[in-house]
Write a protein that binds this ligand. Structure first.
Ligand code: 9WN
Length: 450
């Protein structure tokens, strides 16, 4: 089974390579996406490390002068009509040496330091020249990764609590998650906006698998609001209808500091390594303080505008497990939630965990982040289980992911009851992470470094 899965995954990454970057899927997502590039690099590191570095470089070449790494880098060779909202809709001005309309103005989870360290770690298997290349790439990336963290922890700390806020659901990468339902209810849904554009996603995928038109009216309205001031973050909380602290986003922010500590150590920057570890610990503490609900025993998204925690139990609430400094009470809470009938680790269902609480009345087996199983968040959860020494459960989850993808293909997401593939069929991060799941059973290095 593993040779067949390995070869099919490598073929997906071959097919989706576009000269200097990887597309998530040729038909549905014909540009470069930010957090996809991180997951993809982890897998590309096994089959083509040069492309893994090239992909990360292409993304960071589009970094804004303020440090933000855009959620999409647009491919100038792709027509405006091939993805909505496209470059003209975002209307990003020229910056640094980039032409206008080169990217979006929002961000995605900053997983790139974690990915860069993983690509570096794997270089040794490819020989001395590859290690040297990896060192050079880390040197180039390091200050850019630091600038990304600085942007998120300063300009985007809208609540002033030491956490980054997302200002659009797309920034979470978990677009239509029920975690945003309460906050999104306060965002005007101007349905007349739907007459001014056409949803390209519905041309190439099933409407019942995608966010609704009402979701899209709000998504577009939020882009227009941020775009109105050229994506400035100054005074954003006062003039923008959506600002949320997400447990998954901020856990990745914290994990990135730990990977930056490792990268700094490789580069001989010892004092900086210590500072990164301190920052990771502060982010971990802020996540516990702001996003833990002792009554539900798990983590939830906080609406910064109203100060309230979302009542929804979503897979994002399990993500703080990836932080080694998480206190024992919260580790126990996440493990209980992951094992419960809400999420059911594989010994209950044989499947990886769903994106949303299986017991919720609005659990939706088809619609995107409102129920289906996604490989990337399960890959992060497995890291968390390894970080906290839960090797058996980590192995069961790994086996469940490998089985699912082998049986059903490299789909974007999967039906949470029967495992049927949904969304885009040859999806890059599913393929990339399948390679990693076949190849690597080690504990993330930062867990051991403390
Ligand atoms: C909007 C590319 C991206 C992923 C996100 C996923 C989906 C886009 C969309 O696809 O979002 O960014 O058009 O629905 O939700 O996680 O990065 O794969």
């Amino acid at each position: 089974m593993s040779a067949e899965l390995w070869n099919s995954a490598a073929r997906v990454l071959e097919t989706n390579w576009q000269g200097d970057h990887m597309v998530p899927s040729r038909r549905l997502y014909p540009h470069q996406w930010s957090w996809d590039a991180a997951f993809i690099a982890v897998g590309l590191a096994y089959v083509n490390p040069t492309r893994a570095w090239r992909d990360l470089r292409s993304l960071f070449e589009a970094q804004w002068p303020d440090g933000r790494v855009p959620h999409i880098v647009f491919d100038p060779a792709t027509a405006e009509a091939d993805y909505f909202p496209g470059p003209a809709f975002w209307s990003v001005p020229a910056y640094a040496s980039r032409p206008r309309h080169g990217s979006t103005g929002i961000v995605q989870p900053p997983l790139h330091a974690v990915a860069a360290y993983e690509v570096y770690r794997r270089a040794a298997a490819h020989g001395a020249a590859c290690v040297q290349q990896a060192y050079g790439e880390l040197e180039w990336l390091y200050p850019r990764l630091v600038a990304q963290q600085t942007y998120l922890t300063t300009r985007r700390d809208l609540g002033g609590n030491g956490l980054a806020s997302i200002v659009h659901p797309w920034e979470s990468g978990l677009d239509n998650s029920p975690a945003w339902d309460a906050a999104m209810a306060n965002v005007p849904a101007d349905m007349s906006l739907l007459t001014t554009f056409r949803r390209r996603d519905l041309d190439v995928s099933d409407a019942s698998h995608r966010p609704t038109d009402r979701d899209y009216a709000r998504y577009v309205g939020l882009v227009l609001s941020y775009r109105a001031e050229d994506y400035s973050d100054t005074g954003l909380l006062q003039r923008h209808a959506f600002a949320v602290e997400c447990p998954s986003y901020n856990s990745i922010l914290g994990a990135a500091e730990l990977s930056l500590a490792q990268i700094a150590a490789v580069l001989g920057l010892t004092a900086e390594a210590d500072a990164h570890r301190d920052r990771a610990q502060r982010i971990t503490q802020a996540i516990v303080k702001r996003l833990w609900n002792p009554e539900t025993g798990t983590f939830h998204a906080r609406d910064v505008r109203t100060g309230t925690l979302s009542p929804a139990h979503c897979v994002s609430g399990l993500m703080p497990l990836m932080l080694p400094g998480l206190p024992a009470e919260q580790v126990a809470g996440i493990l209980a939630e992951a094992r419960s009938e809400r999420f059911g680790l594989p010994d209950e269902t044989g499947l990886p965990v769903p994106s949303y609480d299986r017991t919720a009345p609005d659990f939706d087996t088809q619609r995107y982040w409102r129920g289906p199983v996604w490989i990337n968040v399960n890959w992060l959860l497995r890291r968390g289980l390894l970080v906290h020494g839960r090797r058996d459960e980590a192995e069961d989850l790994r086996a469940a992911m490998v089985r699912l993808v082998h049986r059903n293909g490299h789909f974007e997401y999967f039906h949470p009851k029967n495992g049927e593939g949904l969304g885009a069929p040859t999806f890059s991060w599913t393929a990339a992470l399948a390679l990693d799941l076949l190849a690597d059973r080690s504990v993330p290095a930062y867990a051991k470094a403390g």
